[in-house]
Write a protein that binds this ligand. Structure first.
Ligand code: CP
Ligand code: NVA
Length: 345
């Protein structure tokens, strides 16, 4: 029986790190063993994690969310490389590691030798001698794979053109909170078959959800990721790609969207605006979804494009819960990958 319990520590102000963790992280033996076994791994795609590992990360995220900050990562340093802009990812990782007792160094590509072409494999080996983990947000997914290959410390994918797994993990936490479970839910994603769509396919496949990606012809998720996600599909989970938003949204428990033009696609803005004009979450679409449907968006949102003002600000929207949960999900990732495995034993 896998279960979670809380033990409060308010009456023990001088507790040490191990005490804090033993007292507060009341996870089942199986969960602790599973989290300890993930120590030192990279977090690049949800495809790389088993359904049980994802469930355990979510359990830890939930525990950390409802607990005061714990010094699980005391003395640990995270390097954060950004070659693309960020608000949520940057702030939630930086605040998250500090809440866990560690610290972060932000490297903006334009200010570093990375931006001047220093090879990824050199950056990986240098940073591995200074810090305990690397979070990277960049364009080419291969750069993250190369970084992970050459680094001797965990590498976390903070978004590439292909995937956004940290967002998808936080989204699972949000859906679980609002729906009470994940398995069997229907999630319909309306928009571009981009990094968000791909990571949501894996998130849904691993947790037994039905995922419908509804995009204009020509903007489907890549065939390779689709095949991988279908291979991951658990139980009754189905991963489908369709083109008609009204049909796709029918009886959806979760309606999700993302920008029509992602970072790096600014030159395609006009052609995409034309192609995606019908791919908007609005009141019409909400009407055919399940009555208690939740509306999600990873943010930043473009009101009047992929989502209307009234829907994003309306009663079905959970977008700020999603944004908040980035902090908690990432703390679970950081604690698991970079923490001391014995903390979980
Ligand atoms: N959702 C998300 O990753 O937001 P940022 O681009 O602000 O990090
Ligand atoms: N698809 C968007 C997600 C932003 C968080 C982008 O890549 O720009």
């Amino acid at each position: 029986m896998r279960r979670l319990m809380f033990v409060m520590i308010e009456d023990k102000p001088e507790v040490g790190k191990k005490d804090v963790i033993r007292l507060s992280l009341k996870l089942s033996i199986e969960q602790k063993a599973s989290l300890a076994a993930m120590h030192g791994r990279d977090f690049i795609s949800l495809h790389d994690f088993t359904p049980v590992e994802i469930a355990d990360l979510l359990a830890l995220a939930k525990l950390l969310k409802h607990h005061e900050p714990l010094p699980i990562l005391k003395g640990k340093q995270l390097a954060m490389i950004f070659t693309k802009a960020s608000t949520r990812t940057r702030v939630s990782f930086e605040v998250g590691i500090r809440q866990l007792g560690g610290d972060a160094v932000v490297l903006l590509s334009g200010d570093t030798q990375i931006g001047r072409g220093e090879p990824i494999k050199d950056t990986a080996r240098v940073l591995s001698r200074y810090v305990d983990g690397i979070m990277i947000r960049t364009y080419d997914h291969q750069d993250v794979l190369d970084l992970a290959r050459w680094a001797s410390i965990p590498v976390i994918n903070g978004l590439t053109d292909d995937l956004h797994p940290c967002q998808a993990l936080a989204d699972l936490l949000t859906i679980q909170e609002h729906k009470g479970h994940l398995t069997g839910l229907k999630m319909t994603y309306i928009g571009d078959g981009n990094n968000m769509a791909t990571s949501l396919m894996f998130a849904g496949a691993k947790t037994g959800m039905h995922v419908t990606i509804c995009c204009p012809p020509g903007y489907e998720p890549s065939a390779a990721y689709l095949e991988q996600a279908r291979g991951d599909a658990r139980g009754e989970s189905r991963i489908e790609v369709v083109h008609d938003p009204q049909t796709a949204a029918e009886e959806a428990d979760v309606l999700y969207t993302d920008v029509w033009a992602s970072m790096g696609q600014e030159a395609e803005r006009d052609s995409r605006a034309a192609a995606f004009a019908q791919y908007q979450i609005n009141e019409d679409l909400l009407r055919v979804a399940a009555e208690d449907c939740i509306v999600m968006h990873c943010l930043p949102a473009h009101r009047g494009e992929e989502i209307t003002e009234e829907v994003i600000e309306g009663p079905h929207s959970v977008v700020f819960d999603q944004a908040e949960n980035r902090l908690h999900a990432q703390k679970a990732i950081l604690a698991t990958l970079m923490g001391h495995p014995e903390d979980f034993v």
